[in-house]
Each structure stands twice: as structure tokens, then as C-alpha cells.
Write a new protein. Structure first.
Length: 237
């Protein structure tokens, strides 16, 4: 067992690989960081990253758990092909992707993974730790391919905006936290960005969506106990 504590990345990487070998597990990986262009120091050589703050790690885990729960609820409103809510280790984001069911134009110069990922029209939403420029984590939504008018669509809430660099709509996590009803605030963002993209791209929304049914709403729709049962005939005399 390896303790999670402050120490250089190189030492942690060395001990992880040694522990695997002691268990008879031989692995070979590319130890160069991916999707972090600011620093590509190999794990085996990285001695300048050596901090570990358990409190902030726990906070990030709690944020992921809460975001995962809400994204799964959002996913349940779609009947078409849809990815699970999944975590990308490269950029540390949660994502859930809806597919229109129609083929998308092939991306020129794309690698095999990217071609497969975007072989159909998609609208993808998720939660992301952000960048130094952004100043913190954010929820996002993008369309691929992006239909004309998407970047200027009417999106809720007002705090959300379209970032031309990322070609995504963004909503800061801190704005969600500060809302009087964070859940509804986030769903307004997820639903309005999806509706804008799907409508502008001409998706067959009547075949791809359904109303969200929760146990509470299902009980209300059913009425009082026994309401759906036919009236019983009187006992035979």
C-alpha cells in the first residue's frame, strides 16, 4: 500500500511501478503527461511537483461526485444513443455525450480515436477543473459539428457564456454553488445549451427525448392508491 502524501512525482511513480512488479505485474506506459502542454516533464524525472493537500483533494472528489449525480440525471432524459457519464484522465473532466444518430462530416487530419468519437453529430456536456485563465472549474457544453447560430443562441442562466477559444458554452462552478437552487440553475444550463444545439442542427427531438419521471412524479401521476384499478364488483349474494 502506498500512502498519499506530499513527495515528488518521480518518487511516487518509482514506487508505484515497483509495487506492481512485486505483485508480478509488468507494465510499460508512456510516462509523459498528456493534454498538459505547459509541462511535459516525464513522471520518472519530475521532482518539481511535490505537493499534496488532502483537504483540497477531498473537496475535488466531492465536486466530482455531485456533478456525476446531476449529469446522470440529465442523461436519463434522452432516449437516443448516449455515452455514460465518464471521466477523462487526460483533462480530468466528466462528460456525457448525446448522439443525433446521423453521420457527421469526417474531420480532416483527425486520428483514429477522434474520427470514431465524432463519427456522428454530438452534443456533449460535462464538468471540468478549468485553466488558470478561466480561474476555476466550470460546466461546459459543445456541439460537433457546431451548427450555424449556436454560438449566439439564447442560453440560460445569464452567467453562462460562449468561449470562442474553446468553442464551448461555459458556466462557472462558483456561480452554480452560489445559486439559490444550484440543481435547477445547472439544469437550466444543460437543457438550454442542448436545446439550442439540437434545434439548430435539426435533430429529431421528438424521437430522442422523454420527460423525466421521478418516483415522486410517478406517484402524483398515478393518483391516490388504487386509482388505476377498476371498480370492484359487489360480492356475490
Amino acid at each position: 500500500m502506498l500512502a498519499l502524501e506530499a513527495r515528488p512525482v518521480a518518487e511516487f511513480y518509482r514506487d508505484v511501478m515497483a509495487t506492481l512488479r512485486s505483485l508480478g505485474i509488468e507494465v510499460a506506459i508512456n510516462d509523459t503527461p498528456q493534454e498538459i502542454p505547459e509541462d511535459t516533464t516525464r513522471f520518472s524525472e519530475d521532482r518539481h511537483h511535490a505537493s499534496y493537500d488532502p483537504e483540497y483533494v477531498h473537496r475535488w472528489w466531492l465536486a466530482l461526485v455531485q456533478a456525476d449525480t446531476l449529469l446522470k440525471e440529465f442523461r436519463a432524459r434522452f432516449t437516443g444513443k448516449c455515452s455514460p457519464v465518464h471521466f477523462f484522465w487526460g483533462s480530468f473532466d466528466l462528460a456525457v455525450t448525446r448522439f443525433s444518430g446521423r453521420p457527421a462530416p469526417e474531420r480532416a487530419g483527425a486520428d483514429a480515436v477522434t474520427r470514431e468519437a465524432y463519427c456522428e453529430e454530438v452534443l456533449s456536456a460535462g464538468f471540468w477543473p478549468g485553466t488558470n485563465v478561466l480561474g476555476g472549474p466550470a460546466f461546459y457544453c459543445y456541439a460537433a459539428p457546431e451548427p450555424p447560430g449556436f454560438s449566439t443562441a439564447a442560453i440560460r442562466p445569464r452567467a453562462a457564456w460562449y468561449d470562442a477559444t474553446f468553442k464551448e458554452y461555459l458556466l462557472k462552478y462558483d456561480d452554480v454553488r452560489a445559486a439559490s437552487d444550484p440543481r435547477q440553475y445547472l439544469f437550466d444550463f444543460l437543457q438550454s445549451t442542448y436545446e439550442a444545439g439540437a434545434t439548430l442542427a435539426g435533430w429529431d427531438r421528438s424521437q430522442l427525448e422523454r420527460p423525466l419521471i421521478t418516483p415522486h412524479r410517478a406517484a402524483e401521476a398515478a393518483g391516490p392508491p388504487g386509482a388505476l384499478l377498476p371498480e370492484q364488483p359487489p360480492p356475490s349474494q
